[in-house]
Design a binder for this molecule. Sequence first.
Ligand code: PLP
Length: 410
Amino acid sequence: MLNDPQSSPNEIYLDHAATSFPKPPGVIEAVVEWSRRLGASAGRGDYPRAVETGEMLRECRVRLAALLGYSDPDRVIFTLNCTDALTVALRGLRLRSGDVVIVGPTEHNSVMRPLNAMAREEGVRVERLPCDAEGFADLEALERALRGNRVRLVALQHASNVLGALQDIAAAGSLCRAAGVPLLVDAAQTAGGIEIRGEEWGVTYLAVPGHKGLQGPLGTGALLIAREADLEPFRMGGTGSVSEEEEHPRHYPDRLEAGSHNAFGLAGLSAALRWLGEQGIGTIRRHEKRLIESFLKECFALEKEGVLRVTGPRDFERKSPVVAVDIPGIDPKEAARRLWEKDRIMVRPGLHCAPGAHRVAGTWPRGSVRFSLGPMTTEEEISRALDALRSVAASSEVSKRATPPVAARS
Ligand SMILES: Cc1ncc(COP(=O)(O)O)c(C=O)c1O
């Protein structure tokens, strides 16, 4: 879609599921511009630079709310990343012993670790939804589970960071709405690349990273909250508002934010959101789908030859732009090392902070090699990555024939 001079011509970055690179035009410039010209903390003074920073933050909230389908920009809470947004939601619900949280089948550790800690320390009960072999959650099982007592939350990924399975959030949202149970959606892999209509779909809490598909800098993220919902503050402190009170404010967004903002990161995120608005999410999705389709087709051909196995949905329409493959006879870390050393291709091997997804894929505990694409990825890069993958897979076949494969290694 766009070849940016920030990226070295010989390197191919295919780790957009971790963070996007290069950033769109205007993002780095906005970070630098804010740092040079303003550099003041919003809400901490009435002088023009602090006021302008406050206006920039407000604009960023307005853009996020509009893009992700939320009606009140004050209920856009800035966070450090998506993990932090999920924690603000999970801790803000003040779950107690015996409360039930229903989770999706392939949730990331950003959801599972805080919930497992709450299960251990506070007696919260965590129930995992079943799914099919491609990672799609069983929504009939969700409907049944919602009939249970003390269900306080459903936490579901929009897309798995390993399998790419795009869950039907609108359907899950309408089940949750009918049952009167809030829905927390982890949109780490979709925000900015796939359309999200938060409030319309019944998503009570939407957690997003600013630095992946939303194309902003690392250190940014947000939690969007539907109008009818509330959360208790997870972190408290100075907000620059109601300073006469020694209790944390109840109004949004200050209710869930404390301390000075990452204003330079958010200046970059706001510029990225403007760029996304100009491109249109539909254009980005079409571009990424075209690349995923050609990548998958070639992988299926290699699969037929028996040199690798593709995990997750086979239908690119129901897949976010990630393809994780299992190459029999070669350790994923070794495959990634060869891809980098020989062809300067950056991918992520291993378990991707999502052991549940690998159990579904049958790649636990060895992991897989994940290729993830973004709006800046080009057809030429995909074709070079496929050539490189073919050569790694072929070499592994040779070594597999020479020495029998070692069974599952950790
Ligand atoms: C599905 C999913 N959830 C949560 C996260 C955590 O995002 P962040 O790195 O912004 O904390 C990731 C990161 O890869 C992810 O893929």
